[in-house]
Design a protein around this ligand. Structure first.
Ligand code: SF4
Length: 552
């Protein structure tokens, strides 16, 4: 994998403090420029971009960039500053769209929850890190080389790697999607013919892609995609057009900087409200809300510009429902205002679904585990992974039974483990995360810093980070009431002629609201947090040497 950048800010979508991570060349460039952290405060009166060039850190005029999309902005700034790495914002960020997102160097997603809107508020069009001349020193270069070489060997021999490199994330997720009832398009060949893998520096996996449409509708078009969505356009008459329309829609979202997940979620909400008559053409500015391809593109454009009805869509699922009124609120599917990546009715109430509920500042599934936690894996596989990730032998019986496991307690472990990825600045994406182990992190830490720790000490640091993250969010007012499962999870979900209910991991028991409440209590107990409020207790803070942190 590659080095990752973490950006922490108050997120417009959740009103919580969230950290977004992304790759690309940015972490490497920033380090060679001589910096580990950049803190941006205040706002400019006019559009600017921040340019970091060795010892010169300057705000430069961005009047000519304002209004440009993410791809154009990167192209222009590259011409000026190459070699460099760029975090731009698109029109959605400029217009403070809450469900905005952006891309490092066109490829690495960063800023779910509205980071671009925060940059837009500051009139900050982009951050540019230029390759510098500062040397990168580590404690033990030979050990580092050996450690990384061993990791590379493991990754390179992964049996599914050729498939990922050939077909991208699309090829890797088709079987899973079919099991979840998501319609599959049958575009594999078309997609493989026009895609090329993109990777962060030194990453042997490369789960991003550049897509070149050479024939059919919208050709020629070059689109940079972070993954590839599975759903196409039923209105298209050929598979090629169907594929190209999916690329076009994704490309438009990325160029304007509108979050795909958020937009799909709000779109679903509006379709429901329109069908039920909660909103009509008089609310939408005359637009008939439908999945018609051109209508969807128009809705994306007005969202990015906050134009007319787009001003409501730009608020994200919770904000849009609040603007429309109580009849809309009960249909909005969100946690802390954020759209959800995992609908556990289609999968199960696994640790990743539960992690979306209890994430301190937004709704993030990634901290709850990795791909091997997906449906139907045997308990032994979870135990094996728990051992690999530093769980002590004496803790295993509290989590694992012969045919079941405790989701809240395993989620706590997964979050502490995930914190280490962010602390190390290491990519935690699914396709690289799976190769990491506690032994690797300990050796890596020793090679880079010279510090020697044991597994429990390092895991405790992960726990400390997670508690600190929680305290920051307690400070902005988030408590147990913000960790609730959305009401929609307790209703059946219909996809085609199939109906999905919220079930436990092995899909043997129906999960109710009472069950999720019990799981929350169990999770807080495992964390040492107050079970009524979800706030870390004084005893826990003392144990983690965080008692001086003022969360008021
Ligand atoms: S897995 Fe993807 S995001 Fe992570 S380092 Fe590799 S290319 Fe970058």
């Amino acid at each position: 994998g590659s080095a990752e950048l973490s950006v922490t800010t108050k997120l417009p979508l959740s009103d919580g403090i969230g950290t977004g991570c992304g790759g690309g060349h940015f972490p490497l460039m920033l380090k060679t420029a001589g910096y580990d952290h950049v803190v941006i405060t205040g706002a400019s009166e006019t559009p600017v971009y921040l340019c970091i060039e060795n010892d010169t850190v300057r705000l430069r005029d961005a009047a000519d960039l304002w209004g440009r999309d993410t791809v154009e902005t990167v192209d222009i700034l590259r011409q000026r500053h190459e070699p460099c790495s760029i975090i731009p914002i698109g029109p959605a960020g400029e217009n403070r769209v809450k469900m905005s997102v952006t891309f490092i160097d066109k490829g690495g997603t960063v800023g779910f929850g509205g980071l671009p809107a925060v940059m837009g508020f500051k009139n900050l069009k982009a951050v540019v890190a230029c390759q510098g001349r500062h040397p990168i020193r580590v404690a033990d270069p030979r050990l580092l080389k050996k450690t990384v070489a061993r990791m590379m060997e493991r990754v390179m021999s992964y049996r599914l790697r050729p498939r990922l490199l050939r077909g991208g994330t699309f090829a890797m997720t088709s079987e899973w999607a079919a099991a979840m009832g998501i319609p599959i398009s049958g575009w594999d060949d078309i997609h493989e013919n026009c895609r090329q893998t993109l990777a962060c520096p030194s990453c042997p996996m490369g789960d991003k892609e550049v897509n070149r449409l050479r024939e059919g509708e919208f050709s020629p078009l070059t689109a940079y995609l972070t993954d590839f969505m599975l759903n196409g356009e039923s209105s298209a008459t050929t598979a090629l057009d169907n594929h190209n329309r999916a690329v076009k829609r994704f490309d438009l979202l990325n160029r304007l900087g509108v979050c795909r997940l958020g937009f799909e979620n709000v779109m679903e909400l509006m379709l429901t409200l329109y069908r039920k008559g909660v909103i009509t053409k008089s609310d939408t500015g005359g637009i008939e809300i439908s999945r018609d391809f051109d209508t969807v593109l128009d809705l994306i454009r007005i969202t990015a510009r906050r134009e007319g009805f787009g001003d409501i869509l730009a608020e994200g699922p919770r904000g849009a429902a609040l603007r429309i009124g109580p009849a809309a609120e009960k249909h909005a599917v969100h946690i802390k205002g954020c759209a959800l990546f995992i609908d556990p009715r289609q999968d199960s109430m696994n640790t990743m679904a539960f992690a979306q509920m209890v994430h301190p500042g937004r709704a993030n599934y990634a901290c709850g585990g990795i791909g091997i936690y997906m449906l139907g894996r045997p308990v032994e596989q979870f135990m094996h992974h728990a051992r690999r990730t530093g769980m002590a032998e004496e803790d295993l019986p509290r989590i694992f039974a012969p045919d079941a496991f405790n989701v809240p307690r395993l989620t706590k472990h997964a979050e502490d483990w995930y914190s280490l990825f962010n602390a190390f600045g290491q990519c935690h994406r699914l396709y690289i995360h799976r190769f990491h182990s506690m032994a690797y992190f300990l050796e890596f830490l020793k090679a880079v810093t010279g510090e020697e720790l044991g597994p429990s000490e390092l895991l405790r640091r992960g726990e400390r980070i997670w508690n600190l993250y929680k305290l920051l969010n307690v400070r902005v007012g988030l408590t147990r009431r913000d960790d609730q499962a959305p009401a929609a999870w307790f209703e059946p979900k219909k996809i085609g002629d199939r109906e999905f209910l919220l079930m436990d991991y092995y899909r043997s028991t129906h999960i109710t609201r009472e069950d999720t409440e019990r799981m929350l209590t169990e999770y807080y107990e495992a964390r040492g947090w107050d079970k009524n409020t979800g706030v870390p207790t004084p005893a826990k803070l003392k144990e983690l040497a965080l008692e001086d942190f003022d969360s008021r």
